[in-house]
Design a protein around this ligand. Structure first.
Ligand SMILES: NC(=O)c1ccc[n+]([C@@H]2O[C@H](COP(=O)([O-])OP(=O)(O)OC[C@H]3O[C@@H](n4cnc5c(N)ncnc54)[C@H](OP(=O)(O)O)[C@@H]3O)[C@@H](O)[C@H]2O)c1
Length: 346
């Protein structure tokens, strides 16, 4: 079913080569192409007929079977080293657009500022110097209510892009499927589904990697997505964690069993770690991870309606056709796997 839905979504895609069969395809540079959304975006760009070049770490081996970038050229450069990126990009110029799916792998404050901000700002400068016209930036919907280091780093990068004079598309997605699938295996082992509070404190409209990749690629050809900040979610109603758990139990054919984690306890742990990190700076990364956990336990991944100041499903644009519950079915049936990294919760 999941595969069938994806197939339908794909058949609706108009390829770039359809549109420009008599011209050379636009040349697109992709940063962060080896990540979850970077891979999906690279695949979407290749399907659309663009001439795609992916910047990967110097240590990346193109034969790595886990990271399929078929159809794209590979360029090795260190995005944290301005000279390395500049020299590589200028040597292979010209490029028409740059799509950045770069993100800190662990979300710790130092890494977030190094990658989500500094490397991204450097990429904006390099793009400008190399004559790139359009910069598409993968950001996150949670930056609308910034409390965490990585959110401040992303916002500062967004601001640098808007100020750069380049045409920009800043894409702020809701929750990814991988971030909402971490409990499938524990429930399959007969354990209860963990809920923060009563499980209805938050909600989101999850978006699949493939649908988000298509959306990022469409920023290049759709004039309505240029010079805009673009919150974006997947199709269907907003889902609370409780609804996600209930549906998972019904797919597995067993009665729902929940364990409630009090939000007050999370607040207490986050507060204690925060205080402890002031005297023992080595605890500051742990304190930030506790704050990240608390944030996602209490804040929805939906756009905030500016009139009410509340999270609002109707204010959150949707794209694509893939649903979280079809993905759950695909995982349960062994047709899809859950990608879990340091970074899959935010
Ligand atoms: N999880 C969610 O539900 C969610 C929802 C909305 C928005 N977001 C946002 O989406 C982003 C995460 O996207 P994702 O899951 O696709 O990320 P990801 O899988 O962690 O990929 C990160 C990419 O950045 C690259 N990168 C990181 N550090 C690097 C370094 N030092 N040098 C070179 N490359 C580096 C990685 O390269 P390597 O492969 O070489 O490490 C990889 O290509 C985050 O910004 C997050 O805030 C997440």
């Amino acid at each position: 079913m999941f595969a069938a839905l994806c197939g339908n979504a794909l058949s609706a895609v108009t390829t770039k080569s359809d549109q420009t069969s008599t011209h050379l395809p636009d040349r697109i540079l992709v940063l962060g192409a080896t990540g979850t959304i970077g891979r999906a975006t690279t695949a979407a760009l290749v399907r659309r007929g663009y001439d795609v070049t992916c910047v990967v770490r110097p240590s990346f081996d193109p034969k790595d079977a886990c990271t399929d970038l078929t159809g794209a050229a590979i360029m090795h450069a260190d995005v944290t080293d301005p000279a390395s990126l500049r020299n590589a990009v200028l040597a292979a110029s010209p490029f028409d657009a740059l799509v950045s799916c770069l993100a800190s792998r662990n979300g710790a404050p130092q890494d977030a500022w190094a990658i989500d901000h500094q490397a991204t700002v450097q990429a904006i400068k390099v793009a400008k110097a190399a004559g790139v016209k359009h910069f598409v930036l993968l950001s996150a919907i949670c930056v609308q209510k910034p409390r965490l280091a990585f959110q401040h780093a992303k916002l500062a990068a967004e601001q640098a892009l808007v100020a750069s004079g380049l045409t920009y598309s800043i894409v702020r997605p809701t929750a990814y499927f991988k971030s909402l699938a971490g409990q499938i295996s524990r429930v399959q082992q007969g354990k209860p589904y963990l809920l923060f509070g009563d499980g209805v404190l938050t909600a989101c409209t999850p978006i699949s990697d493939r649908d988000l990749g298509e959306y990022l690629a469409s920023c290049l050809s759709n004039p309505a997505l240029k010079n805009r900040i673009l919150p974006i979610g997947g199709p269907g109603p907003a889902l609370t964690p409780r609804t996600q758990g209930e549906h998972l139990f019904s797919l597995l054919g067993c009665p729902a069993k929940f364990k409630h984690v009090p939000v007050g306890m999370m607040r207490g742990i986050a507060g204690m770690l925060n205080a402890a990190s002031r005297v023992a700076p080595s605890l500051s990364a742990k304190a930030e991870f506790a704050r990240i956990g608390l944030y996602y336990a209490t804040e929805s991944m939906l756009a905030i309606d500016p009139d009410t100041g509340r999270y609002d499903r109707d204010a959150t644009p949707s794209t694509g056709q893939d649903t979280l519950f079809d993905y759950y079915s695909a995982v349960i049936n062994g047709e899809a796997t859950v990608e879990r990294g340091d970074h899959s919760v935010f």
